[in-house]
Design a binder for this molecule. Structure first.
Ligand code: AMP
Ligand code: FE
Ligand code: FE
Ligand code: ZN
Length: 281
């Protein structure tokens, strides 16, 4: 059987619902030969995941998914070795502060709509230090204000929602990419199709980010169509970037996504890890 991997996963350290060790065991059960932990703006879950990995036959790569602003919100994945993932921590504080600010604005807006929702309750939904929209969504759902997490994003929290606010942070893609490189990591642009750009605009962005030091594109992704994946493969090859992939599994915080499989058709080749490891050497 061809080995498959999943290089985009969230734990309770950010907005996933599985604890890091639980997620590693789950990946082993599902037959994956390698995974990367890529929590939003934190590396808090990694030590536990690496510890658990030592009991199993699975490769666990320390990673991160950093949110940056570049007119729109863009996510940059960073992949590290076991020894260097902690160096990135200081840059993340900027993003964590911007999260706090934005969460408060969202909650205030929801209060204006008449919803009884408080920051403390949202904080209680999070098991780690990163508080994000999924935690707000869960409170809205638990209180019956929305029918599902998706409903919460469609109506209120998503880009076209009534309580949407962009995070105001000074973290630029250039800074995030360069800090990942400085820490000895590999920067990869996450799920570029979600940006909603046309091909020309996307290539322009990739060229710009490559100048900053970008090394890869997340080509294989849950939401991509076959055509979109083919297009990303072509772009990656054209600009000599590595091709990685992941499901963006969040446990019960994102419905219908399975680890390693996405919505069923996703398959991320082991070559993603090989290409990554070559750059990490
Ligand atoms: P934040 O990190 O606070 O900006 O929240 C973004 C997170 O919300 C993403 O990483 C997803 O986990 C989640 N998310 C975004 N859009 C949706 C959606 N339509 N349905 C469910 N979860 C979503
Ligand atoms: Fe998330
Ligand atoms: Fe993302
Ligand atoms: Zn993600």
């Amino acid at each position: 059987m061809e080995r498959s991997v999943d290089l985009h996963l969230h734990t309770t350290a950010s907005d996933g619902t599985m604890f890091p060790a639980e997620l590693v065991k789950y990946a082993v059960e599902k037959g994956l030969s390698g995974i990367a932990i890529t929590d939003h703006d934190t590396v808090d879950g990694i030590a536990e995941a690496l510890e658990e990995a030592s009991n199993h036959d699975i490769e666990v790569i320390p990673g991160i998914e950093i949110s940056v602003e570049h007119k729109v919100e863009i996510h940059i994945l960073g992949y590290f070795t076991k020894n260097n993932y902690t160096n990135i921590i200081k840059v993340l504080r900027v993003m964590q502060e911007a999260r706090e600010e934005r969460n408060k604005k969202i909650i205030k807006k929801l209060n204006e709509f008449g919803f009884d929702i408080h920051y403390e309750e949202v904080k209680n939904e999070a098991k780690g230090n990163i508080i994000g929209r999924p935690h707000i969504a869960r409170v809205l759902k638990n209180k019956g204000y929305v029918s599902s997490m998706k409903d919460a994003f469609n109506k209120y929290l998503g880009r076209n929602g009534k309580a949407y606010f962009l995070r105001e942070s000074k973290l630029s893609p250039e800074k995030a990419i360069q800090e990942i490189l400085k820490s000895g990591g590999v920067p990869v642009i996450a799920h570029p199709i979600l940006l909603g750009f046309g091909r020309k605009e996307l290539e322009k962005l990739i060229v710009e980010f490559k100048q900053f030091g970008l090394k890869g594109i997340e080509v294989f992704y849950t939401e991509n169509t076959t055509e979109q994946t083919s297009m990303l493969k072509i772009i990656a090859e054209k600009y000599e970037l590595i091709k990685t992939g992941g499901s963006d599994f969040h446990g019960d915080n994102k419905d219908g996504i399975e680890i390693g499989k996405g919505k069923g058709h996703l398959k991320i080749p082991y070559s993603s890890i090989e290409q990554l490891k070559k750059l990490l050497e």
